[in-house]
Structures are given as structure tokens and as C-alpha cells.
Write a protein that binds this ligand. Structure first.
Ligand code: HEC
Length: 200
């Protein structure tokens, strides 16, 4: 179900409408890019956490498709080797590019435990709160582009296993682009999910 949703987001997001129309179509300002595939969860490094908990976390991260957003090239183009779960340059627009030519865009974070660019300094309870409640490091709730409402019913033990698995990944130093507020220009590709109806 989730895989389907991600595919739908990717397909709708890059949909370029035909340019042979008489009215102004904001999507004429965008190039169409090739969608990519869902990415499997990468293996964890050696870790002190219980092996069973780490493998449960890996299973859940693969099942829930975290890598499809949080990996360079996994939404558009081809997954970049060595960058699994290390954040993505493909953003996700949260305002409507058909109404606003410069929408707000969020970039999926680096989920590997790199101290400078990833989740290295985040505690396990912090990560669990983000996954289940969307509460970020500043204590405020994030826009549900990161689909935390869909993860809200994950059992606490399972959310903990996900956090432990992420903490056990080999750290990848990869800085994700800063989020874009509406009106700013995005220099990187983005996808957008919306529900539309013809005006006529
Ligand atoms: C539809 C795309 C998408 C999917 C699927 C997704 N995320 Fe995210 N995630 C995001 C975005 C975008 C952000 C950045 C949010 C922001 O900047 O407000 C984010 C942020 C996060 C953060 C915060 C990192 C930090 O440094 O604060 C964590 C942790 C996280 N996601 C974990 C997960 C996990 C675990 C899964 C799978 C269970 C997952 N995400 C699935 C899009 C996604």
C-alpha cells in the first residue's frame, strides 16, 4: 500500500502536462524526469545493539519504504550507490506547483548516524518521537510530508527497533539541501502529490 502511494507521488509529481494548451500552465516551466524504483534497506554495520532488534528495524524500514524518500536518486533517476538512507536531493513540494511556480519544498533527511550531517547526535527517544509523532529536534511538529501520521500506530517497540537500526547504519557524510519556503527558487528536482479536478 505504501509502495503504491510512493509510486503515485512520484508519478503525479513529475507529470508534465501537454504544452499545446491555450492557458498558462505553470508546469511548462518544469522538465519531466525519469522516476526511479523503491530501494531495499541497506545492511547495518557491526553494532552493540541486539541483532534481533537491528534486523527487525531493517525489515520495517524496507517494508515501510523509508529509503524511497530518504535516498539520493531513489525517487527520480537511479539510486546513488553508497548513499542508501543518507538523504535525498529530490525534494517534496508541500505547496502546489500548479498554483505557485515556486512551491515550498522539504528535503528528506540523512538518516545515517553521521554526527555532522545525519542523525548521529539524535537520541533513540528523539527518533521514535519523529517517526510516530512528527516531532522534530526543535520540539515542533513537522508538516506531514514525512508521513508520520501513517506511522503513528507503529508499536513503540517497533519504532524503537527502527531507531536502533538507523543508529547501526554505517555513517555517511552527506549534507542535504536546506528546505525551501514558498516563493524561494528550488535548484533541485522535487515531486508533488495533489488531487486535482478540471475547472471546466
Ligand atoms: C514520502 C517521503 C518520506 C518517507 C516515505 C519517509 N520520510 Fe522521513 N522525512 C521525509 C522528509 C521530507 C523529512 C524532512 C522533514 C522536515 O525537514 O521537516 C523527513 C525527516 C525524517 C526524520 C527526521 C530526521 C532529523 O534529522 O530530524 C526521521 C528520523 C525520518 N524522516 C525517518 C523516517 C523513517 C524511519 C521512515 C520510514 C519508516 C521515513 N522517514 C519515511 C520524508 C519521508
Amino acid at each position: 500500500m505504501h509502495t503504491f502511494l510512493i509510486r503515485l507521488i512520484a508519478i503525479i509529481g513529475i507529470l508534465a502536462l501537454s504544452s499545446c494548451t491555450n492557458y498558462y500552465n505553470p508546469l511548462d516551466d518544469y522538465d519531466q524526469l525519469e522516476p526511479s524504483t523503491i530501494l531495499a534497506a541497506p545492511p547495518a554495520a557491526e553494532t552493540d545493539y541486539p541483532a534481533e532488534q537491528v534486523s527487525r528495524g531493517k525489515y520495517l524500514v524496507g517494508l515501510l519504504g523509508c529509503g524511497s524518500c530518504h535516498t539520493d536518486g531513489a525517487l527520480v533517476g537511479a539510486p546513488v550507490p553508497g548513499r542508501a538512507l543518507a538523504g535525498s536531493y529530490t525534494g517534496i513540494a508541500y505547496s502546489n506547483p500548479m498554483a505557485q511556480s515556486r512551491p515550498g519544498v522539504l528535503y528528506p533527511s540523512n538518516l545515517t548516524p553521521d554526527n555532522a550531517t545525519g542523525i548521529g547526535t539524535r537520541s533513540l527517544p528523539d527518533l521514535v518521537r519523529m517517526i510516530r509523532l512528527g516531532v522534530n529536534e526543535h520540539g515542533s511538529q513537522t508538516i506531514p510530508v514525512m508521513p508520520w501520521p501513517a506511522y503513528a500506530n507503529i508499536e513503540p517497540d517497533d519504532a524503537q527497533a527502527i531507531a536502533v537500526y538507523l543508529k547501526s547504519l554505517p555513517p555517511v557524510n552527506h549534507k542535504v539541501l536546506a528546505n525551501i519556503t514558498p516563493g524561494q527558487r528550488s535548484t533541485a528536482p522535487f515531486v508533488h502529490f495533489g488531487v486535482y479536478q478540471s475547472k471546466q
